[in-house]
Write a protein of this length. Structure first.
Length: 377
C-alpha cells in the first residue's frame, strides 16, 4: 500500500504489480507551503517511484476533454492487421563494403523496389526511422538545417516513400528520435538542439518547428508519428497538447505516440501505444473482448494497442560485411502469436533489419510472406 500524507490528510491506495499511474485522490491545499510525503506502508517487493504529479481537478478534466477531442481514428491500423518497421539510418550497413554518406545513400535509395518488397510481406503500413543514434532526416527540412546544417538530404526521400508505398495502398509513418545519443562532438546535434530541463523552451521550440514543417510538407501522405524515447520529454514538463498539435499539422487524423518504454502513458495527448517488445503481443489486460483494440483500463487506458519488436538480432543492421540473421522466432511460434495478438486488437509492427543498399533477410521475408498467406490469403 502507498500512503500519501499532507498535514492531517491521509490517502492510502494499493500498489500496482506493474508500472502504472496511480490516482491517489484529492488533497485540499490552502494557499501557502505544504509538506507532502509518500511512502509504502507495508513490506513490498522491489518498487520504483518515478514522479508525483499534482493538478487541479477542473484543469485535469479540461485536459482530458481536449485530449479526447484530438484523438485520431486508429481503425485503419487494425484493418491493416500488421505493419513493418525499418531502422534505415545514417548507421545502416550495406550488404558488403563501406557505408555511404547519408545524403548519398538517400539519393541512391530504390523507393519503388522497396515498396514492392514491402507489398510482398502483406504489411498495411510502414514505420521508417528518420533518426536514431545520429540525428539525420531524409528530406530537405529547413527547420533542421537552421539548427545544424548538413543533417538533411537534398532528395525528398520521404515524398518518394509516400508515392511508392501509396501505389500499393500502404501507409507511411515516421519514427523520430530527438537525437540525445548524438552529442559526442563539441558541435553535435544534442547541444545544438538546446535540451535543458532548466530552460526547456529552446528545445521544445526547435522540436515543434521540425514537426510542424514536416506535417505541412506531407499532409495526409504522412499517416503517423512514432516518437521514441518519450521519457526524454517528461522531465521538461512540456505542454503535450502543443506538441501533439504540431505533430498533427497538415492532417488532423495523423496518429501520434510517445514511447514510454515499459512505463505507463505519460500523456493522454496521443493515439496509440508504442508497446516496445514481443510480449506486448500477449498484453491483453484492459482490452475489450470485441477486438476493437482500445485499452479501457490499466496503464495505457484510451490508447490503441500496438507493439513493435525485433524479429532478428537488432533494430538496425549496422554491422559491416555481415549478413542479416534469420528470425529469432520460429514459424510455429510467430504466426500463432501474431494471429492471437491481432484477434485481440493488438496491431504489431515487425522490425526487420535492412541493408543500406536496401534489401532484407531472405528467411525473414519468407516468414512474413507466410504470415500474409495465413492472414490475408
Amino acid at each position: 500500500m502507498l500512503l500519501l500524507e499532507c498535514g492531517d490528510q491521509k490517502i492510502e491506495r494499493p500498489v500496482s504489480t506493474a508500472w502504472d499511474r496511480i490516482d491517489m485522490g484529492r488533497l485540499k491545499l490552502s494557499k501557502g507551503k505544504h509538506q507532502i510525503s509518500l511512502r509504502a506502508t507495508a513490506p513490498t517487493a522491489a518498487m520504483e517511484f518515478y514522479s508525483l504529479e499534482l493538478i487541479k481537478p477542473d484543469f485535469s478534466n479540461k485536459l482530458q476533454k481536449q485530449a479526447r477531442e484530438m484523438h485520431s481514428d486508429t481503425s485503419w491500423m487494425r484493418q491493416a492487421k500488421y505493419g513493418l518497421q525499418f531502422h534505415w539510418t545514417s548507421m545502416s550497413a550495406p550488404r558488403r563494403g563501406d557505408r555511404k554518406p547519408y545524403a548519398q545513400a538517400c539519393r541512391d535509395f530504390p523507393a519503388k523496389e522497396f515498396a514492392e518488397m514491402v507489398n510482398s510481406t502483406g504489411a498495411g503500413y510502414v514505420i521508417i526511422t528518420t533518426s536514431h543514434a545520429q540525428h539525420y532526416f531524409p528530406a530537405p527540412i529547413q527547420a533542421i538545417d537552421r539548427i545544424k546544417p548538413g543533417r538533411t538530404s537534398e532528395r525528398d526521400l520521404v515524398r518518394d516513400w509516400i508515392e511508392a508505398l501509396g501505389a500499393y495502398n500502404i501507409k507511411l509513418m515516421l519514427y523520430y528520435h530527438v537525437g540525445h545519443d548524438d552529442w559526442r562532438q563539441p558541435d553535435g546535434w544534442w547541444r545544438a538542439t538546446g535540451y535543458d530541463p532548466k530552460n526547456p523552451k529552446p528545445f521544445l521550440d526547435n522540436w515543434t518547428s521540425i514537426t510542424t514543417e514536416v506535417g505541412q510538407r506531407y499532409g495526409k501522405g504522412l499517416a503517423g508519428w512514432f516518437f521514441d524515447d518519450g521519457c526524454v520529454y517528461y522531465p521538461l514538463n512540456p505542454d503535450f497538447r502543443r506538441l501533439t498539435e504540431a505533430a498533427k499539422t497538415g492532417h488532423a487524423g495523423r496518429l501520434v505516440c510517445y514511447n514510454p518504454w515499459v512505463l505507463p502513458r505519460m500523456t493522454d495527448f496521443q493515439d496509440y501505444l508504442c508497446g516496445e517488445g514481443y510480449d506486448f503481443l500477449k498484453f491483453w489486460d484492459g482490452l475489450p473482448a470485441d477486438g476493437t483494440g482500445i485499452y479501457t483500463s490499466g496503464p495505457h487506458k484510451g490508447l490503441q494497442a500496438h507493439t513493435n519488436f525485433v524479429l532478428e538480432r537488432d533494430w538496425p543492421h549496422s554491422r559491416l560485411n555481415t549478413d542479416i540473421p534469420p528470425p529469432r522466432y520460429p514459424k510455429e511460434q510467430f504466426i500463432p502469436d501474431m494471429k492471437a495478438g491481432i484477434a485481440h486488437g493488438v496491431v504489431p509492427s515487425v522490425n526487420l533489419e535492412i541493408y543500406q543498399d536496401v534489401g532484407i533477410g531472405e528467411a525473414s521475408q519468407a516468414l512474413m510472406a507466410a504470415l500474409k498467406q495465413e492472414l490475408k490469403g
